[in-house]
Design a protein around this ligand. Structure first.
Ligand code: FAD
Length: 413
């Protein structure tokens, strides 16, 4: 088939790869001048399938309210309009335990499948993208230990080799952790990883271009879709028709689909990362960590350390929230005060997680024949991308998917 993939973030690039592997003729349209310039640019890089969880969870509304006015709140709500209020309404309803458990089950299935595919691709094509092994969740006090107890049980039940560590055991694995900051306990996930999402996307894009004949058309913003018979996309240089079109446009997906009457309840949930060169390797983390109280991750990516976190609903898409950024510095200074060069090529980034209020990503065909969606991967798009891409490529090729797609299919609004 002649297929257009719209969007060259991690989801679009992996989708193009899987489709081209199956022999399709693939063109990727991207409005930026290169791949992975949107949400996939500088995310935390965490690949922890057992830890992938729906954003709508029991206890989350209370947590958001509790921290609403605190200086280092993990979630901030700003300037709410009708779209945000509607999204919050759907989100609140999805925080019910039964909905949460069902969605978590779907996400885990996809995340473990995705990791398996990522490992296969990495080995087969010898890709190197700053991967480090192991992920540690830091629990500052009794409150965090108690809150994490059910998660730890669930991780063990699903066959994960997660284990709770004392502070001393945590220091043995991450010797540069600052002992002046109180650490009650930690959860260690030895099978999990952190890795550079953008670098992987670039390597895979190169492979697609050089070995699979995929055409990447950068600097081409696709206008909202109008025509479905034939399925046409409008670029700056005119209209082109395709047998199939896959929407991988992350947060812009709703806008692209609106003229066709397809409404998807997606909102940007903004977050930040700071990437800095490592000053002294002995003072830096070995791999990935998560400060559970502040929901801030610290990742070792090659010769850099990246601190990421914050979840902002509403507000100016361009402006930066200095309070959220100061929380990232606080967490880095609490745990690894001498790790980073603060004055040398420091990169501060704001990204928008494409987040559905009440469901996992949409992976499948719409009610318009030939129009497919692979979008809405929220806070775990890197961890879910390879699995989602394989599923959509199998479905588009008329093949049976390797995992059950329940929970991911498109439902006509
Ligand atoms: C602070 C932060 C930390 C995160 N940490 C993690 C993590 O540790 N692990 C994890 O798994 N996930 C993480 N995520 C989430 C992850 O980054 C996203 O889920 C993922 O990048 C989404 O990928 P995407 O390809 O769908 O979107 P994007 O990367 O945004 O790609 C969409 C692309 O479509 C293009 N596009 C949009 N509209 C058009 C158009 N009309 N025409 C042409 N092109 C268009 C955009 O330019 C963009 O390049 C994090 C996100 C943030 C913000």
């Amino acid at each position: 088939m002649k297929i257009a993939v719209i969007g060259a973030g991690i989801v679009g690039v992996t989708t193009a790869f899987e489709l081209a592997q199956k022999g399709h003729s693939v063109s990727v349209y991207e409005e930026h001048s290169f791949c992975a310039e949107g949400a996939s640019f500088a995310n935390a890089g965490v690949l922890a399938p057992g830890y992938v969880t729906p954003w709508a969870a029991p206890g989350m509304p209370a947590k958001v309210l509790r921290y609403l006015f605190s200086k280092h709140a993990p979630v901030r709500v700003k300037g709410l309009g009708s779209a945000e209020l509607k999204w919050i309404w759907h989100w609140l309803r999805a925080c019910r335990k039964e909905t949460y458990l069902g969605q978590k089950h779907h996400l885990h299935r996809l995340a473990f499948y995705s990791r398996k595919i990522l490992h296969d691709i990495t080995i087969r094509h010898r890709l190197d993208y700053e991967k480090t092994q192991g992920y540690m969740v830091l629990l500052r006090g009794d409150q965090e230990v108690n809150l994490m107890a059910p998660t730890l049980e669930m991780l063990k039940e699903t066959g994960n080799s997660a284990k709770q560590l004392s502070a001393q055991e945590a220091y043995a694995i991450e010797p540069a952790l600052n002992t002046d900051t109180k650490l009650k306990a930690a959860i260690y996930l030895p099978d999990d990883e952190v890795a550079n999402c953008r670098q992987f996307a670039i390597l895979l894009k190169d492979f697609c271009e050089q070995r699979l004949g995929v055409e990447f058309k950068f600097g081409q913003k696709i206008a909202p879709l109008q025509s479905t018979h034939p399925l046409e996309i409008r670029t700056s240089s005119g209209q082109v028709s395709y047998e199939s079109v896959v929407i991988c446009t992350g947060i812009s997906s709703a806008q692209l689909l609106a003229p066709l009457g397809i409404k998807i309840p997606m909102l940007p949930v903004y977050g930040y990362s700071i990437s800095a060169a490592i000053k002294e390797p002995m003072d830096a983390p070995h791999s990935g960590l998560m400060d559970e109280r502040y929901k801030v991750s610290i990742s070792r990516l090659g010769q850099r350390v990246r601190i990421a976190g914050g979840a902002q609903i509403g507000g100016d898409p361009k402006g930066q929230d200095q309070k959220a950024i100061s929380t990232l510095y606080k967490v880095l200074n609490d745990w690894f005060p001498s790790a980073a060069r603060h004055n040398d090529n420091l990169q501060v980034w704001k990204g928008a997680r494409p987040m559905f209020a009440n469901r996992p990503p949409m992976i499948g065909e719409t009610h318009i024949p030939g129009l497919w969606l692979n979008t809405g991967h929220g806070s775990s798009g890197w961890a879910l991308s390879n699995g989602s891409a394989r599923i959509i490529a199998d479905l588009m090729s008329g093949l049976t998917t390797e995992i059950n797609t329940q929970g991911f299919t498109f439902k006509k609004p």
